[in-house]
Ligand binder design. Structure first.
Ligand SMILES: Cc1cc2nc3c(=O)[nH]c(=O)nc-3n(C[C@H](O)[C@H](O)[C@H](O)COP(=O)(O)OP(=O)(O)OC[C@H]3O[C@@H](n4cnc5c(N)ncnc54)[C@H](O)[C@@H]3O)c2cc1C
Length: 448
């Protein structure tokens, strides 16, 4: 009898975070869970403690509480993208200019909304269990804001699409959105009520805390090598190892660091800056609101209400990094753009500087599908967040858990119809193309 040949996948690089996330800095210090030392066994190993990985672990725990799950997080929960985003858990497709709202694509739009609402349902259950107040989990909805004629037109088109889909919304004129935001910058807006706003670092820590025995989380424990000799998997970490039957790979772009989805993931970073606290009476309007740009690639803005004052968050800039690492220089350049956009919107606050700046990695696919499915026997991928991971990566995790346990759900049905991620042009054309495309799209977004 011949023994199956051993397959080995070695991580060529590990994640690095750029800058200090204001969301983490605002929270009390947290004791990281122990790193893995020595050898253990587990029924399932989840690699990655972000939206996808923790949601997968949570879903497996709900479906079969007897399964012994080990979650490996390379760094600390909340420090990577899942804890350093802008905190929008969005129910509707992001790009208001998207052609998804055309006649033939109504079914696709409805399925995208179903995917998002499944993720939101999981988030809602965690919020209830944890007893969170609105400072962590706020079902307050979102404004899409325009700053130009083109942006205004997009919002009107988008609203037409929402009528067709039967989704609630409200168009606002310049004065009405100024009453909300306290700035006269915006020319119009569209309010949709289904987005949940979270304190992302608190949220993702809370999802981790919701995992109970026999789920174990190991922090500062990257998976560095995966081996399969036909009788299950052997996962190596710097100081330990795990024998397991099944793996969920939920490390987003770093799936490619193991050689999976080679040339199919675009490693795009985006950046945020957060002001220090200011006296709320200095800025009229509501004390908390959240706005995404009418045009894709524009600027996200959030006002955060705090006990010692309010803060403004600005998120903009997209940069491509084939090595999944953004430098401090790239962060500084993004920060300079943030300052311009901030001062243009809030001339009332000339002396309130940014206190924190940070960047984070996303993994996009050319055809906007997840990097998903059983990619080796017993190895399931829940990667390729496509930019809106609070919903999409959460859904990827839930769907991967369902697929692994053989559960037929609406998510597995919808995910089964997705194409595989399309192959990207080879280097150096990929880098040149990605950079040129991002620069062009940012230029088109103008001041938005
Ligand atoms: C500034 C900014 C603002 C954003 N705003 C929003 C927003 O408002 N709404 C939204 O939906 N999305 C937003 N995003 C995108 C969102 O954060 C990502 O889409 C999301 O975090 C992806 O989730 P994930 O679980 O797939 O990956 P991640 O959150 O990146 O989690 C993957 C985890 O895997 C770990 N890992 C990697 N390699 C290994 C390894 N070898 N072993 C163990 N662990 C490993 C990483 O440390 C990481 O914790 C934003 C992103 C940024 C940077």
């Amino acid at each position: 009898m011949s023994t199956p040949s051993k397959k080995v996948f070695v991580a060529s690089r590990l994640p690095k975070n750029t800058g200090v996330s204001g969301w983490v800095a605002m929270l009390p210090a947290r004791q990281a869970k122990l790193r893995l030392e020595g050898h253990i066994t587990a029924d399932v190993v989840v690699i990655g403690g972000g939206f996808a990985g923790l949601s997968a672990a949570r879903r497996i725990m709900e479906l079969d509480p007897t399964l012994d799950i080990a979650v490996l997080e390379a760094g600390v929960i909340g420090e990577a993208a899942a804890g350093r985003n802008s905190g929008f858990i969005i129910d509707l497709p992001h790009e208001v200019s998207s052609e998804d709202y055309g006649g033939d694509s109504t079914t696709r739009s409805r399925e995208a909304i179903e995917i998002s609402r499944t993720a939101i349902a999981l988030a809602g259950t965690v919020a209830q269990e944890q007893g969170w107040g609105r400072e962590i989990f706020d079902p307050c909805g979102r404004y899409s804001v325009a700053i130009s004629d083109e942006g205004d037109r997009h919002l009107v088109d988008y609203a037409k699409g929402l009528v067709k889909l039967g989704e609630k919304h409200q168009l606002l004129n310049a004065r009405e959105i100024a009453d909300v935001t306290g700035t006269n910058t915006y020319t119009s807006a569209l309010f949709t009520p289904g987005t949940i706003m979270v304190q992302p670092a608190a949220y993702i820590r809370g999802v981790a805390d919701s995992l109970r025995d026999p789920v174990r989380i190991f922090e500062n424990t990257p998976a560095v090598q995966l081996e399969n000799a036909g009788r299950g998997w052997f996962v190596k970490t710097p100081q330990g190892s795990i024998s397991t039957g099944r793996i969920i790979l939920a490390n987003n772009g770093h799936a490619e660091s193991f050689g999976f989805f080679k040339s199919r993931l675009l490693h795009v970073f985006t950046f945020a800056s957060m002001t220090r606290e200011f006296d709320p009476s200095r800025l009229p309007g509501q004390r908390k609101w959240a706005a995404t740009p009418a045009l894709p690639m524009g600027t996200t803005v959030r006002r955060i209400q705090g006990q010692a004052g309010d803060r403004i968050l600005i998120r903009s800039r997209y940069t491509y990094h084939h090595n999944i690492e953004a430098s401090e220089t790239t962060l500084r350049r993004a920060g300079a753009k943030h300052d311009q956009k901030y001062h243009a919107r809030f001339p009332q606050l000339p002396d309130v500087p940014m206190e924190y700046r940070w960047g984070g990695a996303m993994a996009l696919t050319w055809n906007s599908v997840p990097a998903f499915g059983e990619i080796e026997p017993g190895l399931f991928a829940a990667c390729g967040c496509n930019g809106v991971g609070a919903t999409k990566a959460t859904a990827n995790g839930i769907a991967a858990a369902d697929l692994m346990l053989g559960v037929k759900s609406r998510l597995t049905e919808i995910f089964a119809r997705f194409d595989a991620p399309k192959s990207l042009p080879r280097q150096p054309f990929r880098t040149i193309g990605a950079k040129a495309n991002l620069a062009f799209r940012e230029w088109r977004a103008g001041g938005e």
